[in-house]
Write a protein that binds this ligand. Structure first.
Ligand SMILES: O=C(O)CCC(=O)C(=O)O
Ligand SMILES: [Fe+2]
Length: 291
């Protein structure tokens, strides 16, 4: 079995139905060759300054991980706002809930937010990462009851091959319960050309592959998560208000500067429960992020 490859112009409904069946899908030519080259150049330079991971088990001692990508990589909005990714994430995550408010039946629809961003450079000699589900960060249980928590992308900055450590995925493992053990021989390598992207969900077992080639592999990952969960990466401390102000309003909100439909994340200011996005217009309000 292999993962289905689709063109970036495929209708969102079709992308979603394949993800719901297989747990993931590959989108070819997700970004243009030119943009991919620029991202490659920027990330390879910045990754030179990043040390290998310290943890042999999961992060990898021959793997460099660099986050805070919205502060570091000017092309991040092109990844995040790419309609194929954004619309797919919305279609999967924004499942409404009906509940009571007094005797009124109301329908609530969750917002989505940016969770983690990370450039992952796997060097020759790195062993395969343990197979895992990324929704374990919130101890999500399986089979998923009600709703998926995450829709994630792995953008191939370099070619992804079986030899250089392409992400390994167990197709349809998002449907498994929490007892079944994920095994290496059930995985397939998400082989991609630079510029392609794997989109998968938080409940699908996957992991970085072993790099037995002579070149490093670079992937750029970013997740969209349910807006009422805690963000895996702390964007409030990572990105300055100046950086945030440079983004389109929808992206500002999705980086955490939005209050969820269920009021998660409000800020009290002068007795009002404010949406944090409105704080950006309050004179003298500033956060500096890591510099
Ligand atoms: O690098 C990869 O291919 C996957 C990495 C991953 O799944 C993780 O770090 O959670
Ligand atoms: Fe992962």
């Amino acid at each position: 079995m292999s993962l289905v490859k689709l063109s970036k112009d495929t209708k969102v409904d079709e992308i979603v139905s394949i993800i719901q069946r297989d747990g993931g899908v590959i989108i070819e030519n997700f970004l243009s060759e030119e943009i991919t080259k620029d991202i490659h150049q920027a990330l390879s330079q910045q990754l030179e300054l990043i040390p290998d991971g310290e943890d042999e088990y999961f992060a990898g001692t021959k793997t460099r991980r660099m986050s805070r990508l919205f502060a570091r990589l000017p092309q991040m909005p092109l990844v995040a706002m790419n309609p194929t990714f954004l619309e797919t994430a919305k279609a999967i995550l924004q499942k409404p809930l009906s509940t009571w408010s007094g005797e009124n039946r109301i329908e609530l629809c969750p917002d989505i937010q940016v969770g983690v961003t990370q450039a992952i450079q796997i060097w020759p000699g790195q062993k395969a990462q343990p197979l895992h589900r990324d929704d374990t960060v919130w101890m999500w249980q399986h089979p998923v009851y009600g709703r998926e928590a995450r829709v994630q992308i792995m953008f191939a900055v370099t070619d992804f091959t079986e030899e250089n450590g392409a992400t390994r995925v167990i197709p349809a493992s998002h449907l498994w319960d929490d007892e079944r053990v994920p095994k290496e021989d059930e995985t397939i390598a998400a082989e991609m050309k630079a510029g392609d992207a794997l989109i998968w969900i938080g409940s699908t077992y996957h992991g970085g592959g072993a790099n037995v080639s002579h070149e490093p592999r670079i992937g750029l990952t970013m997740s969209y998560d349910l807006g009422f969960l805690r963000q895996e990466e702390n964007h409030y401390l990572s990105l300055s208000t100046e950086t945030i102000k440079g983004f389109p309003d929808e992206l500002k909100g999705m980086l955490g500067w939005n209050m969820s439909t269920t009021f998660v994340g409000f800020v009290e200011h002068e007795g009002k429960m404010m949406n944090p996005i409105d704080m950006l217009n309050v004179p003298d309000f500033k956060t500096t992020g890591i510099t």
